[in-house]
Write a protein that binds this ligand. Structure first.
Ligand code: FBP
Length: 254
């Protein structure tokens, strides 16, 4: 994962929400993949995440490493979550990906299927020299709360044990509990998933600062960046907090 890092830290821009949530996350500007790829190129990001259709059609525009998601699902089907592989490692290589990503819903009735599928992907990807990032989110009927200290740490640990090069996990809500998740992941880097856009940008920057103080390598974030009114300016502030380790400075507007 070193190739995605600056100062041992890293920022990844996620843009797979069109499949996961639908265009409801988008406005007139960010519905256009070219607009978001431009943010990825100019905003100081170490990798760009998307599904294969976007990679295939917009690849020429991307100047930074591609982290290609190999599974995904819509949110229309509301039962136990299952995201199946929709793209091969060979295709990811052909698209020039530097890494592949996969989501496992820990605790879902279908967790064993996803873990088995991920096992094959991990072996193929590593044989091909690609890094493997695991989105690992507790979810399903038996998961009462997906952001508790124990659930998030369990996710981080499962990512290590399943052979991922990095774990992308939800924020627990505070530095101490997130630090336990980071510790549980052992030597693999931990990325915080962004989540819904916060009420204001300072709140998100504060959360980012808490995560890196807890030992996280960085963030894999989408909506909080490309839904911003000024994504490049916001990305700059995010870079100074995550990569340079500057304290989150409140904006003049706050
Ligand atoms: P956001 O920063 O927009 O939350 O993106 C991070 C991410 O993991 C995306 O890669 C993915 O599409 C989405 O969150 C999944 O969100 P959900 O928690 O709704 O499944």
């Amino acid at each position: 994962m070193n190739r995605f890092m600056r100062n041992g830290r890293s920022l990844i821009l996620a843009y797979d929400q069109g499949l996961e949530h639908g265009p409801t996350d988008f406005n007139d500007r960010n519905v256009d993949p070219a607009y978001v790829i431009d943010i990825a190129n100019r905003g100081g990001f170490d990798a760009f995440v998307c599904q294969k259709g976007i990679a295939e059609n917009y690849h020429d525009l991307l100047d930074i490493p591609l982290l290609l998601k190999l599974n995904g699902k819509t949110q229309i089907y509301g039962k136990e979550p299952l995201a199946r592989q929709n793209c091969s490692v060979t295709k990811a290589e052909r698209l020039g990906a530097a890494a592949v990503g996969y989501t496992i819903y820990l605790g879902s009735q279908f967790e064993p299927e996803m873990a088995a599928e991920f096992g094959k992907i991990e072996e193929e990807a590593h044989a091909a020299g690609l890094a493997v990032v695991l989105w690992i989110y507790p979810r399903g009927e038996y998961v009462k709360n997906d952001t508790t200290r124990e659930m998030v740490a369990y996710s981080a640990r499962a990512a290590l044990e399943l052979g991922a090069d990095a774990a992308k996990i939800k924020y627990t809500g505070d530095r101490e509990s997130f630090a336990w998740a980071v510790k549980s992941a052992g030597c693999i880097p931990v990325y915080m998933a962004g989540g819904k856009k916060t009420k204001n940008e300072d709140e998100f920057l504060h959360q980012a600062a808490e995560c890196v103080a807890a030992g996280a390598t960085g963030l894999a974030v989408g909506r909080n960046v490309w839904q911003s009114d000024d994504p490049i300016a916001f990305s700059k502030r995010l870079n100074s907090v995550v990569i340079d380790g500057t304290k989150a400075v409140p904006s003049e507007k706050a």
